[in-house]
Design a protein around this ligand. Structure first.
Ligand code: NPQ
Ligand code: MG
Length: 378
């Protein structure tokens, strides 16, 4: 197959409520979607030898979660990544990572093009993304990420709604000044059986170890990324000082960094976000490394639309994903999704089973949120 062109489409998606984390608050997601067109395909899904696939770039508007941001993604794709792929006579999903390996970082940009090419390839072959990755389940249990609220009362009201909706695990965003009180309140209100974890998005330092140990009494599943991205050794030290299992998110950018973090004792659980590690194929390698080391993994989320969500749900169906992920239903974030919505049923989402990622944007919903499109010809 040859990559003949790519459509870069920007959409603006209003969130049902502002989402606040330790690094900022956002009420609208400005998202880059990528539609890859490949020729020379054969198989049930390919019409006239042409096939297309979709990917969603999870980069945020500002470089606050990680160094990446959405305008930079457009730039690096157009200027460096797409030309390199267009110059190849043969491109398929497995070839994208190696072809782009010389470019440092830019994991989210690498992930979006790899995913779109994989989707196109698998659609043409009539094979599902979930099967291709090695999924062993047809539905996955779902957790929800709950932002920092203005008051504990408002937080309890939000959590109440998510528990009523059926979410099997609650993740509370924390930061200095918003940690012990909200966690205690949620634990007291909903009882010891509720699965609760916290995510600090790098807001603490090792000096806070004694304070963070005060969360031990609440029986949390895990504490996600309390320290800076580069502070892997700090996490290893912290893990010895607290009872709550340490989980890494931002620090894990590849199977190699995952192996190092595990060896150093910096984490006993990993949040796998495919886009943060350059794509679903590297995500699967991290899953494999973790499984071989007895490390549990779960699938993170970046407030994806149905396009990104479909692929995440497929990954979350792999056997090593033994903890519920941030694979929430569409209505957790958006009143109207750009795909058929993902709806929670008994706390689970179904894994799409159709060819490729198994879902495509609905033309009218997509048009309604589109702020710009650009065709990049190969
Ligand atoms: C995390 N995601 O696990 C991220 C952080 C994140 C679901 O908690 C707008 C504002 C978009 C804040 C996407 C979840 C965001 C955001 C992701 C935070 O760390
Ligand atoms: Mg996180």
């Amino acid at each position: 197959m040859k990559l003949t062109g790519v459509e870069l489409r920007r959409i603006s998606m209003p969130l049902v409520a502002p989402f606040r984390t330790s690094f900022g608050v956002e009420s609208t997601r400005d998202i880059l979607l990528l539609r890859a067109v490949l020729s020379g395909s054969s198989g049930p899904g390919g019409s006239a030898g042409e096939s297309e696939g979709w990917g969603e770039c999870v980069a945020l508007s500002d470089p606050l979660y990680s160094a990446e941001y959405v305008d930079a993604s457009v730039d690096v794709l157009k200027r460096f990544m797409l030309p390199r792929l267009f110059s190849r006579e043969h491109v398929d999903g497995a070839a994208v990572g190696p072809a782009l390996a010389a470019f440092k970082g830019h994991w989210m940009s690498k992930a979006v093009i790899e995913t779109a090419v994989l989707d196109a390839e698998l659609r043409a072959a009539g094979r599902s993304f979930a099967r291709e990755l090695g999924a062993t389940r047809d539905r996955v249990p779902c957790g929800v990420s709950v932002g920092i609220h203005d008051s504990v009362g408002a937080l309890l009201e939000s959590v109440e709604g998510y528990v009523a909706a059926g979410y099997v695990r609650i993740k509370l965003k924390i930061q200095p000044g918003w940690d012990l009180a909200p966690v205690r309140a949620v634990r007291e209100r909903f009882g010891d059986d509720l699965l609760i974890q916290v995510d600090a998005n790098t807001a603490y330092t090792l000096q806070d170890a004694r304070h963070l140990a005060r969360l031990d009494e609440f029986g949390l599943l895990l504490m996600e990324q309390p320290l800076p991205e580069e502070d892997v050794l700090g996490h290893a030290a912290l893990a010895k000082l607290i009872q709550t299992p340490v989980c890494l998110d931002e620090s894990i950018t590849s199977a190699r960094t995952a192996a190092a973090a595990i060896t150093l004792g910096a984490c006993s659980i990993i949040n796998i976000k495919p886009a943060r590690v350059g794509g679903y194929l590297e995500a699967r390698r991290i899953h494999d490394v973790a499984a071989a080391n007895g490390i549990a993994v779960w699938c993170g989320g970046m407030l994806e639309t149905g396009i990104g969500r479909a692929a995440n749900v497929a990954l979350a169906a792999l056997p090593g994903f033994t903890l519920p992920g941030d694979t929430s239903a569409s209505d957790r974030y958006y009143k109207t999704d750009i795909t058929e919505p993902f709806v929670l049923s008994g706390g689970h989402l179904d894994v799409p089973a159709g060819p490729g990622i198994g879902i495509t944007p609905l033309p009218s919903e997509l048009a309604a949120v589109t702020t710009g499109t650009e065709w990049v010809a190969g």
